[in-house]
Design a protein around this ligand. Structure first.
Ligand code: CU
Length: 271
């Protein structure tokens, strides 16, 4: 009699465990799974430049380009100066720009237009079920003091007004315990120069904020200028076709110039 009760208790415990386990499978947001963004305009680019601050030695760029097939965004990330401890690190697209005082907390939560929430953690095998802004959850977490990655995230938009639009957002880098280490604003990089910090000693957060905007009118202007930029640079694109990560003449040129800028930045950093 006693043993049968024990068996019943064990079965109940198992049932509870199964229910608990179901909480860890990928979830669908209140607005459904994230939708693939297939209408991102060609030639548009944004960049977030991280520079050392009193709280962080991180420097580098997060470059966002329209992907070759206009589906999603081609992210090209190169960071150095990540902390020697406290990883693996997390990084996300956050809702709001960094204010002039550089306070990363003011960037709010992750870009999450489908209202998926943070828990359970993102399953990279099912990226549509992750928060749109959870880039490290979908594409891998930095573990070393230097990090580089190139990938296309199909769920991020470069169309102003979309819930998944990234152009007026920020990037935030966290310790594994979610403490915010560093942050920077995305700024228009369609012409290859806007928003780029020319000096490694500049205060990245404040200068980036200065050129950031949430105005849809301004963003539309950027998109228009991008097509002009694309045609202007296409003539010399063949000379820079070596790198394969991005396609489109304008995007390629931008990628090359960003890499050159980054290499220059790294050289300064090494000195
Ligand atoms: Cu974050």
């Amino acid at each position: 009699m006693l043993s049968s009760m024990k068996i019943a208790a064990a079965i109940a415990a198992l049932a509870t465990a199964v229910v608990a386990q179901s909480d860890t499978i990928p979830v669908t947001g209140k607005n459904g799974d994230a939708t693939i963004q297939s209408h991102n305009p060609a030639g548009v680019a944004y960049i977030a430049s991280l520079t050392p601050t009193s709280k962080s030695n991180i420097s580098g760029n997060v470059l966002a380009l329209t992907s070759s097939d206009m589906v999603g965004v081609n992210f090209q990330i190169a960071l150095t100066g990540l902390p020697s401890e406290g990883g693996p690190f997390l990084y996300h697209l956050h809702d709001y720009p960094v204010p002039a005082d550089g306070n990363c907390t003011a960037t709010g939560a992750h870009v999450d237009p489908f209202v998926r929430g943070e828990a359970p953690v993102c399953d990279p095998a099912s990226p549509a079920t992750c928060q749109v802004g959870d880039l490290s959850g979908k594409h891998g977490k930095p573990t070393n003091e230097t990090f580089s990655a190139t990938y296309v995230d199909k769920y991020v938009s470069t169309v102003p007004g979309d819930g998944s639009f990234m152009g007026n957002r920020s990037i935030v880098i966290h310790f594994a315990n979610k403490t915010r280490i560093a942050c920077a604003n995305f700024v228009d990089y369609t012409n290859g120069t806007a928003g780029v910090n020319t000096s490694s000693s500049a205060n990245g957060s404040s200068s980036a904020t200065g050129s950031s905007t949430r105005s849809s009118a301004s963003q539309t202007g950027s998109a228009t200028s991008s097509s002009a930029s694309g045609s202007r640079t296409s003539g010399s694109a063949s000379s820079s076709s070596g790198a394969a990560v991005s396609t489109g003449a304008a995007s390629q040129m931008l990628a090359d110039s960003a890499l050159v800028a980054l290499v220059g930045g790294l050289a300064m950093f090494a000195i």
